[in-house]
Ligand binder design. Structure first.
Ligand SMILES: C[S@@+](CC[C@H](N)C(=O)[O-])C[C@H]1O[C@@H](n2cnc3c(N)ncnc32)[C@H](O)[C@@H]1O
Length: 414
C-alpha cells in the first residue's frame, strides 16, 4: 500500500513567509478595508481614526486625483495616520521580470490586435521563459498570443477557447499567417482539458477567476514541465466565496471582497469623468431619498440602471427608479436638495474609499502568493514577477513554474 502523504500546511519559503505576513496584515486590518463608504456612510474606522477622516475629507480635487492615481503616495500619506500600513510597500513589491533580448516580432503580426493587447503580448513574450515544449494557450480568445509564440519559437501551439466565434476568427488568422497553431473548441471547466496540459508548456494570459484556478488544479494533476500564468478577474467564478489553495490561512474572502483586488481607477476623458461622477452622485442621492421615504437606512443594492435615465434629469431618474422599485413618492419633493445631497455623499465616498485602495494590491498579492506557494509545495520551482508596466495592464503579475522531480505528494486537489 502507498504511503499516506499529508497535505502540507504553508511552508517556510520566502513566498510562504510573505503569504503569512499578507494574511496577518489583511486579517488585522479588515475593519479598515472591508466596509465600503458607498454602502456605509461612515465606516466604524472614522470614529477610531478621526484625524485621518478629517484629512481625507479635506482633500481638494487635485490631491484626490493624485492619491487616486498614485498608490505609493497614497499609502505613504495614510501610513502617517495608521503606521500599520507602512508594512505594505515591502509586502507588495515584486521584481520586474528580466526583459530578454529576443527577436522583435514583425509588426505585421500585430495587425488587427488591439493596441494595448499587442503590447501586453509583446511584453509577455520578452519576459517569459522560452518554451521547450509544445505550447497550450489556455482560454486564448482569438489566439493572438499563441500565434506570436508559434511564429517566434517554432513551437506548435494549441489554443483552447470555448467561444466558437473567437475560435473561427483565430483559425482564419492562423491560416493567414501560416502559423503552426490549432484551435480546440473546449470548455476548460467542463471538458476535461488534462490532455492539453500534460507534457505541454501551458500559457494563460488573463484567464479570469475559475479559469486560472482550474489550470492550477490541472497542473497539479498532470504535472506538466512548465507553465506561465497571468491571472485576472479573481472574483469571476462559480463560488460565492474564495477557497484558498493552502491550508493554514486565516483570511476569508467573499466574491465581493475579491472584486476589490481588480477595481481600478480607470483613467478617463473629462466627459466620461463627469458622467461617472453624476452616476455615483445620483445613485447616492436616490439612496438618501429612499432612506427618508422608507425609514430604512440599510444599503440599497442597485440593479443596473439604464444609461439613458442619466440624461433626463435627477427628478425623472428618481421617478423611474421609484416606479421600478414600487416606491410611492410624495407630491412635494425638493429634488434639488436630494441631488445636492448625492453630490455631497459622492464627495465623501471618493475620499474615504482611498483607505480601501491601499489594500487592493495587498489582496492581489495574497491571492497570487496563495497560488505560488501551493504550486511550489507541489514540486514546482516558481517565480513571480511583474512582466509589464501597469499602464499597459494593471493585471501585470506573471507566475511561472518549472517542474521538479515529483516528491511523492499527490493528494492535491482544490
Ligand atoms: C479575458 S479573455 C483573455 C483572452 C486572451 N488570453 C487574451 O489575453 O487576450 C478570457 C477568454 O476566456 C474565454 N473563456 C471563458 N470561459 C471559458 C471556458 N470555460 N473555457 C474556455 N474558454 C473560456 C473567453 O471566451 C475569453 O476569450
Amino acid at each position: 500500500m502507498g504511503r499516506l502523504v499529508l497535505q502540507p500546511e504553508i511552508g517556510c519559503s520566502p513566498y510562504a513567509r510573505r503569504l503569512q505576513k499578507l494574511d496577518q496584515l489583511l486579517v488585522a486590518t479588515a475593519p479598515l478595508w472591508q466596509p465600503h463608504p458607498f454602502k456605509t456612510e461612515r465606516p466604524a474606522w472614522c470614529e477610531t481614526h478621526p484625524e485621518l477622516t478629517r484629512a481625507l475629507l479635506g482633500l481638494d480635487e487635485a490631491a484626490l486625483a493624485h492619491y487616486s492615481s498614485d498608490n505609493e503616495a497614497l499609502i505613504r500619506f495614510i501610513a502617517g495616520f495608521i503606521p500599520q500600513l507602512a508594512a505594505i510597500p515591502s509586502l507588495i513589491a515584486l521584481p520586474a521580470t528580466e526583459h530578454k533580448q529576443r527577436d522583435e516580432p514583425a509588426p505585421h503580426l500585430g495587425t488587427g490586435v488591439p493596441g494595448r493587447k499587442w503590447q501586453q503580448i509583446r511584453s509577455l513574450y520578452h519576459a517569459m521563459d522560452e518554451p521547450q515544449h509544445a505550447i497550450t494557450e489556455w482560454c486564448g480568445g482569438k489566439g493572438y498570443l499563441g500565434r506570436l509564440l508559434s511564429m517566434q519559437w517554432q513551437q506548435p501551439v494549441t489554443t483552447l477557447e470555448y467561444n466558437r466565434l473567437l475560435v473561427d476568427a483565430g483559425r482564419a488568422l492562423a491560416d493567414k499567417f501560416s502559423a503552426n497553431q490549432q484551435f480546440q473548441l473546449v470548455d476548460v471547466l467542463h471538458d476535461q482539458p488534462g490532455n492539453y496540459v500534460r507534457d505541454k508548456h501551458t500559457i494563460a494570459l488573463h484567464a479570469c477567476g475559475d479559469l486560472h484556478r482550474e489550470l492550477i488544479s490541472q497542473i497539479i494533476r498532470y504535472h506538466p514541465p512548465r507553465f506561465t500564468i497571468v491571472p485576472c478577474c479573481y472574483h469571476l467564478g462559480r463560488d460565492t466565496a474564495y477557497t484558498p489553495f493552502n491550508r493554514g490561512l486565516t483570511l476569508q474572502l467573499s466574491t465581493e471582497a475579491l472584486r476589490m483586488a481588480v477595481n481600478e481607477t480607470v483613467t478617463a476623458h473629462h466627459n466620461e469623468i463627469t458622467k461617472r461622477n453624476q452616476d455615483m452622485a445620483w445613485k447616492l442621492g436616490f439612496q438618501k431619498l429612499r432612506e427618508r421615504l422608507t425609514g430604512n437606512s440599510d444599503y440599497y443594492s442597485f440593479r443596473p440602471v439604464p444609461k439613458a435615465w442619466l440624461q433626463e434629469g435627477f427628478k425623472l431618474y428618481c421617478q423611474k427608479l421609484c416606479e421600478r422599485e414600487q416606491l410611492p413618492l410624495p407630491t412635494a419633493v425638493d429634488w434639488h436638495a436630494w441631488e445636492s445631497c448625492g453630490y455631497k455623499r459622492r464627495h465623501d465616498v471618493m475620499r474615504l474609499q482611498l483607505l480601501r485602495h491601499c489594500f487592493k494590491r495587498v489582496l492581489e498579492l495574497w491571492l497570487i502568493m496563495d497560488m505560488a506557494v501551493y504550486l511550489q509545495e507541489r514540486d514546482y520551482m516558481v517565480s513571480v514577477g511583474v512582466f509589464c508596466d501597469k499602464t499597459l495592464t494593471p493585471r501585470n503579475i506573471m507566475i511561472e513554474g518549472r517542474a521538479l522531480p515529483l516528491s511523492g505528494y499527490n493528494g492535491a486537489t482544490k
